[in-house]
Design a protein around this ligand. Sequence first.
Ligand SMILES: Cc1cc2nc3c(=O)[nH]c(=O)nc-3n(C[C@H](O)[C@H](O)[C@H](O)COP(=O)(O)OP(=O)(O)OC[C@H]3O[C@@H](n4cnc5c(N)ncnc54)[C@H](O)[C@@H]3O)c2cc1C
Length: 141
Amino acid sequence: MNGSFWKSVSMPRFTPLSESIEVDVLIVGGGNTGIVSAYLLKQAGLRVALIERDRCCQVNTGNTTAHLTYVTDLSLQKLVSSHGRDHAQAVWDAGQAAINQIEGIVSTEQIACEFTRIPSYIHASILGDKDESKRVDMSLW
Ligand SMILES: Cc1cc2nc3c(=O)[nH]c(=O)nc-3n(C[C@H](O)[C@H](O)[C@H](O)COP(=O)(O)OP(=O)(O)OC[C@H]3O[C@@H](n4cnc5c(N)ncnc54)[C@H](O)[C@@H]3O)c2cc1C
């Protein structure tokens, strides 16, 4: 498939609010972040409303491949040198915890999304920077 899967499926439509409502938390934005936050807050027993100015899951979320990884754009070495070892570790642990949480939600809610753990590879571009392959080794990354 060439193009985003999420933009090829029909997301549910909701009617605009027609009256004032009272909630504990109002979430602005129906992308990944807003929807997961709303879900978790509801699980915690809060009254939640989520508002979206257009359609849910169409902006950044609409362009993801749904490939989850906690390998950060910034190399671990650079994270450590700029933020210290503890903070770098916290970034790594948070990514791992997030994916574990998603896996837990998929299981609890029995979401048929074929969630699967697979090996991940970083490879050098076949174009451009010839030195890139030397930097691809995770120990140097
Ligand atoms: C091309 C691309 C590919 C990506 N691929 C991956 C990937 O493979 N794996 C991965 O993990 N991540 C990927 N990402 C990153 C991931 O998509 C984003 O981090 C994530 O979707 C961000 O979600 P979000 O809910 O914060 O933002 P968004 O999805 O942008 O949602 C924000 C929502 O808020 C709404 N909004 C904004 N202002 C208002 C307002 N004032 N009132 C009401 N609504 C408002 C917007 O309409 C939008 O729907 C990718 C990002 C891009 C752009």
